[in-house]
Design a protein around this ligand. Structure first.
Ligand code: NAP
Length: 367
């Protein structure tokens, strides 16, 4: 009786090993682990499965121990670096992590991606007139319309407009003409428009008022010349081209896209003249849309864009401006140009006769 009782106890020992005599203490460890991991109870019939599970469990234990050792080493190295490296190094690292860089290409938010191009068939073969097209945003707009095979009339004060026109024409194989003219001169503007629309049955599909200048300075010290120059180029120039083109644009069910600025929406230090002019462009665009319901009217408000206009600004201003964006970088001219094309096409805004489109990397969101 005594023997059989001991045998029963052995078969159902606390560690669940059967029979206990068949296992060394070494193996008992595994079986205990098996039990803990899977609630597994070893029996003679499952011995093959048990061996496999024992190996897996052991491998897991060793892996966990290895991880623990690695973590200990990492913590020690970090502590050693923290104690031994000079405080200047840590300040530099924090600054490098959180401060935006002037050079856009250094930024993590790269724009070096293939430009996505949508095709808008209504733009093909239609007359598109762009002012201030010799360089910067104006040139990018010209290239974006050229991709749509629009026929371009490029206007600028700068004689390099001739070279821009020939480069755009040869690159994108579309008809491109140019005129050297001052947007502030209404007589000159009328002449340019009348000549441009002649070959197109006196129709114009898109007018882009892009020419603009800045003459920054504190309001209390602003010269009359700087005030007048900025208002007449940015605001009066826009009106001159709209006034001369509206009848031709209406005939074509066309669009006006005026390049305003984020400064015209939220203001900017040292730019009272520029903010007044660009804010005026937004109000002017809305008034046009009410006056001429058939026209699609858009004011585009770029933020801080990487062009000659901003290139001359000191690096402190760059840092300040890019830090105000959510994307922590300046915009590129083509990013504005794509917004212009989408605003101009009849497909872009079928139920938006007037829009104010902000393309400013989130600068307008504040915070
Ligand atoms: P940009 O590089 O200075 O180019 C402006 C072009 O307009 C130049 O070719 C300039 O010719 C021409 N222009 C100036 N006054 C003119 C006039 N009276 N008649 C005809 N052409 C004239 O400027 P951008 O950066 O491309 O800016 C284009 C537009 O976007 C401007 O309206 C600007 O206010 C607006 N914008 C720019 C930014 C930005 O961060 N860059 C931001 C918001 C809005 P000249 O070389 O002969 O002066």
């Amino acid at each position: 009786m005594a023997t059989s009782h001991r045998a029963t106890r052995n078969r159902t020992s606390r560690k669940g090993i059967h029979p206990p005599q068949a296992y060394s203490s070494f193996l008992e460890t595994y079986v205990t682990v098996d039990q803990k991991l899977w609630g597994f109870r070893a029996t003679g019939a499952k011995s093959t499965q048990l061996n496999h599970r024992k190996r897996v469990a052991w491998a897991r234990i060793r892996l966990r121990r290895f991880e623990q050792r690695l973590t200990c080493i990492a913590i020690s190295v970090n502590l050693y670096a923290f104690v031994t490296l000079p405080p200047g190094f840590w300040k530099w690292s924090v600054r490098r992590l959180f401060s935006p860089s002037k050079n856009h290409s250094e930024s993590n938010m790269t724009t070096e991606i293939p430009m996505p191009t949508a095709v808008f068939p209504d733009l093909e073969g239609k007359l598109v007139l762009i002012t201030g097209a010799a360089r910067g945003i104006g040139r990018a707009i010209a290239e974006e319309f050229a991709k749509q095979k629009s026929h371009l009339m490029l206007v600028d004060l700068d004689p390099s407009i001739e070279q821009t026109a020939s480069e755009v024409a040869s690159t994108y194989e579309t008809k491109t003409d140019f005129r050297i003219a001052n947007v502030t001169d209404s007589a000159q503007v009328k002449e340019v428009i009348d000549q441009a629309v002649q070959p197109y049955g006196k129709q114009m599909y898109v007018l882009v008022n892009n020419a603009g200048i800045t003459r920054d300075g504190a309001a209390m010290r602003m010269s009359d010349e700087n005030w007048d120059a900025v208002i007449s180029t940015n605001l009066t120039g826009t009106h001159n081209f709209c006034k001369a083109s509206i009848r031709f644009l209406r005939k074509a069910n066309g669009a006006i896209v005026n390049i305003s600025s984020i400064s015209g929406q939220i203001g900017n230090i040292g730019q009272t003249n520029y903010c007044a002019a660009k804010g005026g462009v937004i109000a002017y665009t809305k008034a046009l849309a009410i006056e001429y319901p058939g026209l699609r009217c858009t004011a585009i408000c770029p933020g801080f864009i990487n062009t000659d206009m901003t290139a001359r600004l000191p690096s402190d201003v760059w840092k300040y401006a890019t830090a105000k964006t959510k994307l922590r970088r300046a915009g590129e001219a083509w990013e504005i140009a794509q917004a212009v094309v989408r605003s101009a096409t009849a497909y872009g805004n079928t139920y938006a006769p007037c829009a104010v489109v902000t393309v400013a990397g989130g600068m307008e969101l504040g915070g």
